[in-house]
Design a protein. Structure first.
Length: 433
């Protein structure tokens, strides 16, 4: 009896394998549509062949197995063409084996195909629980027909009576398990697609709201000052002041748009070799007036290592980090920039002595629209930083403690000009191979 149960479980394993693996594999990979439509059908046919090849308690008169379950599943879920194909596979492959059960197989297979052709369209329109119940009932019905035909035309030997009764009980149970798991897998896939779609729609709505909010403010201010310029009684000095403010607001709107475009397309366009020391010194020159305004001392220990990237985006990345560090020290402090080599990668470490961040804030850092600056921030600065570093094949690590400061470590690939000559030769050899 134990061997019979083991054989039935092996058949059930064959049936469940494609139910779990094929839909998930298809979802994760870009499978062409014409292949996607026929892949599961082919696997159902393969499962039928495996079930017939490795039967349960075979004797000279009949072969017991669970071939009818994949035949029902493929026929009910996939339609008329799949039903006909699986019926031909079942009958054709069973004809290769000895035994009088071939006639029973042919009759039951045609019966399954005919029933599926009648019910397939209505079957797919039923709720999930009703589909499971109907498939289980049909499987039990075909099992009874199979045993009845075998007894009518060939007779079931006494040693096979227990096996026959076990088959009548096991087949509907296995169909219930297989059909339930199939419905669960497809339900989870459909639910995941709806969640992805909802997340995309939410991201679009957030993006639209953020763009309208962030760009409308400077444009409204610029429009107001340009309207003031129409007043004839203004002095030349006031006109110049209003014009300057309007231009500054337009520049601010342009900077916001640049941040969005950088997030949308972070990949470098004009890649070149960059000297880390030169680029950091240039960014420090940009940021020094803001540092002086906030009583922040800038200390730099730099080395002239080379990396590959786009100059403007790399500068923007460093500028965003340093600006955040200075703004985190409203009462003054020290901004330290350190460059070295660590495990054949350029390490750029930027640290401050500011207010620091909590663990929860660090976990959300880099998320769209998340900021620690309350109303002053848009949540785009660090998001852009993460995307730029990722596009340069680098990594970023952040450590922070409340009231102790924050340390940002950026690791970027070292340019080949700084690699040992042996490593460069090895790279050329592998490139040729």
């Amino acid at each position: 009896m134990l061997n019979i149960v083991k054989d039935f479980l092996l058949n059930l394993f064959f049936i469940l394998l494609p139910i779990f693996t094929i839909p998930i594999w298809i979802e994760q990979r870009k499978v062409p549509k014409h292949i996607k439509q026929h892949l599961l059908t082919i696997f159902y046919a393969f499962v039928i062949i495996l079930c017939i090849t490795i039967p349960v308690g075979a004797d000279k008169v009949s072969i017991f197995d669970l071939r009818q379950i994949p035949l029902w599943l493929g026929s009910l879920y996939r339609g008329i063409a799949t039903s006909a194909f699986l019926c031909l596979v079942t009958v054709g492959y069973r004809s290769l084996f000895e035994g009088a059960g071939f006639f029973v197989t042919a009759v039951t297979s045609v019966l399954v195909m005919g029933t599926s052709i009648v019910l397939s369209k209505k079957f797919l329109q039923l709720p999930s629980k009703h589909r499971i119940s109907l498939a289980t009932a049909l499987s039990a019905f075909s099992g009874i027909i199979t045993i009845g035909l075998a007894e009518l035309f060939h007779g079931i030997p006494s040693p096979s009576v227990l096996l026959s009764l076990t088959y009548l009980l096991v087949q509907p149970i296995c169909m219930f398990i297989a059909c339930s798991l199939k419905e669960m897998v497809y339900h989870n896939i459909a639910l995941r697609k709806r969640m992805i779609r909802a997340e995309k729609m939410e991201a679009v709505s957030h993006l639209a709201a953020s763009i309208s909010h962030e760009i409308r403010n400077p444009l409204t201010a610029a429009r107001g000052f340009m309207q003031l310029l129409e007043q004839h009684h203004l002095s030349p000095e006031k006109r110049r002041q209003y014009a300057r403010i309007a231009i500054e607001e337009l520049d601010r709107a342009e900077a916001i748009i640049t941040d969005y475009l950088t997030f949308a397309k972070p990949a470098p366009e004009t890649v070149e070799k960059l000297n880390v020391k030169t680029e950091i010194e240039r960014v420090i020159d940009f940021i020094r007036p803001l540092a002086n305004m906030n009583s922040v001392e800038v200390r730099a220990t730099l080395a002239p290592f080379s990396i590959i990237g786009e100059r403007e985006k790399f500068r923007q990345c460093l500028l965003n980090i340093m600006k955040n560090a200075i703004e985190a020290m409203p009462n003054g402090g020290v901004l330290q920039i350190y460059v070295s080599i660590e495990k054949r990668r350029v390490l750029i470490r930027i640290s401050d002595t500011g207010v620091g961040m909590t663990k929860e804030q660090m976990e959300r850092l880099g998320e769209p629209y998340f900021t620690t600056k309350e109303i002053k921030g848009t949540g785009l600065g660090m998001m852009v930083v993460y995307r730029i570093i990722e596009s340069m094949n680098g990594t970023i690590h952040i450590q922070s403690e409340i009231h102790k400061g924050t340390e940002v470590s950026i690791y970027l690939p070292l340019s080949s000009s700084h690699l040992p000559q042996e490593v460069r030769k090895a790279k050329k050899i592998f490139a040729v191979l």
